[in-house]
Design a protein around this ligand. Structure first.
Ligand code: ATP
Ligand code: MG
Length: 142
């Protein structure tokens, strides 16, 4: 078996959705492969140089985060594999790496780019940092 638990880093972007579809294709190889989908909300939120940790902002960010995961519920329910969804808080790359380690995920699937507006670079900062620091294989979808 290529892997036993896949971690999908999901940000709701087009490539995030493509990463999810790819992970599902991989999981179809064996019903025993489990899948974790993690969406990280950046709290405190960074506005320019200011860190904002206002309680309402956190609640709002988490609410949108939950809605983002809600949108893929049917897609996950449609496969026979065991799936779980998680909301993380903090820096996305570190939170993704920590989740993979704490939950014994042996493959991370993510997009090359995400929601960021700046598309000059081949990799976004999250996929760059995860690919560079992960001890387990990282499948980057483009
Ligand atoms: P940047 O964020 O550096 O401006 P970007 O948004 O284009 O660039 P990334 O954020 O690196 O690119 O996104 C690449 C992939 O990382 C996404 O397709 C998704 O799989 C994952 N990812 C990014 N942000 C998050 C997040 N908040 N939670 C979970 N996964 C994420
Ligand atoms: Mg991004």
């Amino acid at each position: 078996m290529l892997c036993s638990r896949i971690l999908v880093a999901y940000d709701g972007s087009e490539l995030g959705n493509k990463a999810l579809k790819t992970a599902i294709e991989l999981a179809k190889a064996n019903e025993k492969i489990e899948m974790d989908v993690l969406h990280v909300v950046e709290v405190p939120v960074l506005y320019g140089e200011f860190l904002v940790a206002e309680p309402n902002l956190r609640e709002t960010a988490l609410k949108y985060g939950k809605e983002t995961l809600e949108q893929i519920k049917d897609t996950l329910d449609a496969i026979p594999n065991k799936t779980r969804t998680f909301i993380g808080e903090g820096q996305p790359a570190q939170t993704i790496l920590d989740h993979a380690q704490a939950n014994d995920c042996d493959l991370i699937v993510m997009g090359s780019r995400g929601l960021g507006a700046f598309k000059e670079l081949f990799l976004g900062s999250v996929s760059h940092n995860v690919a560079q620091q992960s001890p387990v294989p990282v499948f980057i979808v483009k």
